[in-house]
Design a binder for this molecule. Sequence first.
Ligand code: PRX
Length: 643
Amino acid sequence: MLKFNANRMPMSDRIETLRDYTNDYHKSVVSPEKFWSEIAENFDWRKKWDQVLSWDFETPKISWFENAELNLTENIFERLLPTHENKTAIIWEPNDPKKNPIHLTYGELFKATCKFANAMKSQGVNKGDRVIIYMPMVPEAAVAMLACARVGAVHSVVFAGFSSSALADRINDCQAKMILTSDGNFRGNKNIQVKAVVDEALNNTEFVEKVIVLKRTGEAVEMIPGRDLWWDEALEGQSEDHLAEVMSAEDLLFILYTSGSTGKPKGVVHTTAGYMVYTYYSFLNVFQYDADDVYWCTADIGWITGHSYIVYGPLLAGATTLMFEGVPTYPHPGRFWEIVEKYKVNQFYTAPTAIRALQVHGTEPVEKFDLSSLKVIGSVGEPINEEAWHWYHEHVGKGNCPLVDTWWQTETGGIMISPLAGITPNKPAHASLPLPGVQPVIVDSEGNELEGNNVEGNLCIKYPWPSMIRTTYGDHQRCKDTYFSTYKGMYFTGDGVKRDHDGFLRILGRVDDVINVSGHRMGTAEVENAINEHSNVIESAVVGYPHEIKGQGIYAFAICDSLDKSAEVLEDEIKQLVRKIIGPIAKPEHVQIVSGLPKTRSGKIMRRILRKVASRDLSNLGDISTLLNPEVVDDIIKGAGLD
Ligand code: PRX
């Protein structure tokens, strides 16, 4: 079915019926190369590929659309402008509802991108250079990403809530040459310092040559001559024309840091062509976007959801994408719904944690606004519990909007398992079925594939898809060890999954030492390292526990040496330290000072027991007699007030 009245019809890739889905899925498994090359034909290529796919999961080495040449932004702008010049690309809703929103057409966004691309070039950024984007949710942040893609620079967006040391780690890891930032950031009733955090980070790095600063809050900031310049200054005299850099299909598009179960966050690398094809395709099909729809994803561009489904996927599909600077509860708990009414939003995509936080305020704030424009509602980032699913479906979707529970990861680049709105069936709390091109398998602990229904195990993917992780920046071995070594010949997701009696997949959450707090990934090791920086801490262990709003909360156990400080003081100092070292999202909910940690005879911490205590559930504590120090368990239970 053709949706655009023009010679470019990107909507022709949209699945329209369940039968289409079944056929396309089958085709994508039987002839994946044919399947993806037909979708890729939609795009403008400077040079076509020699081979659609070459891969091995051993090295791992994955190459899609080999030797093809393109620029992703030409596929948003030059490809779509003949039909989309005056169509709104980005609607921006500011934090303060009394301030003016911004509407940018594709034509205006193109000019802004070219102008900023020229500014970056004249400040010394070239193809392949790494650029950190540490910015609030403003249209300039999207322009910055697109301008990087235009000049062939590799962007690495860092969520503007991360601390200066987390930012410095990322700058050093990717050896960034430039930082794009703002003076400050409005979030709810807070005015958050941004430039000051950058300045502090830059005391501990040596790579950054230039910092371009957007004036957002107007507060006084220190500008270092020769290094720092204002956004407007950088744009002065720059042309609105820019000839895009020609990129190879596998040239890096961006690096995005994410937490794992060990060590520091790793830089997940995504490359140009495969990511472009997959985010476009998945956006169109999951959300069933129609040509005049207004689509809104509430994520921050600091996360993969913001990359793939605020910026790249929607813009490649010629959509109108809404960017919101603020928070769901400011100035009132109906803000999301007010925005839906104001812009007649058709597709709304958010996280379960936001739904649960709003659920607390009851249905009145939802009912106050007209949500009749909504056609599709979506969920991402963590398992959605059935209660939240039903509340969302009934009160926001009014019982008649398909709810797409989309499972995916920073590493997968795009949505992997999800209903296609109105096409494949909905089942509460089930991500349900894989998208065409995605081949999930459930394996037992030995890596045997569990076929059939009513099985539970670990989720792996056995065949490449275009937007998959290519490497972890600067450390390919880490990529291999983390994702491709647990089960031979497969990509291991780190998630547990169940296939129910109907063949629908339900994601059960992480099976490794990753905690999912409000849809944000935190590595236990990362939080422990921060806690261990406290001068009184001898050893610590961090676990996740079920949290009503956040999905999971962080619970830390610490052995301390100081007896001259009260436990209360130590607990508070530890919380503040984690906040300072990583950022507010990593601050533990609970810190318990303990005399010892339960260890196996080989010295490994028995986290299972700690998880039980943190969850306040002492049933099935299991056999503790094999522990090196079983006596500490009683102390820990007592200390948690559970005796
Ligand atoms: O555990 C899964 C959970 O979030 C993890 C990926 O986190 P991140 O890379 O930060 O990306 C989040 C946004 C894509 C997964 O390993 N997760 C994500 N979506 C879902 C989910 N768990 C259950 N259901 C989902 N829909």
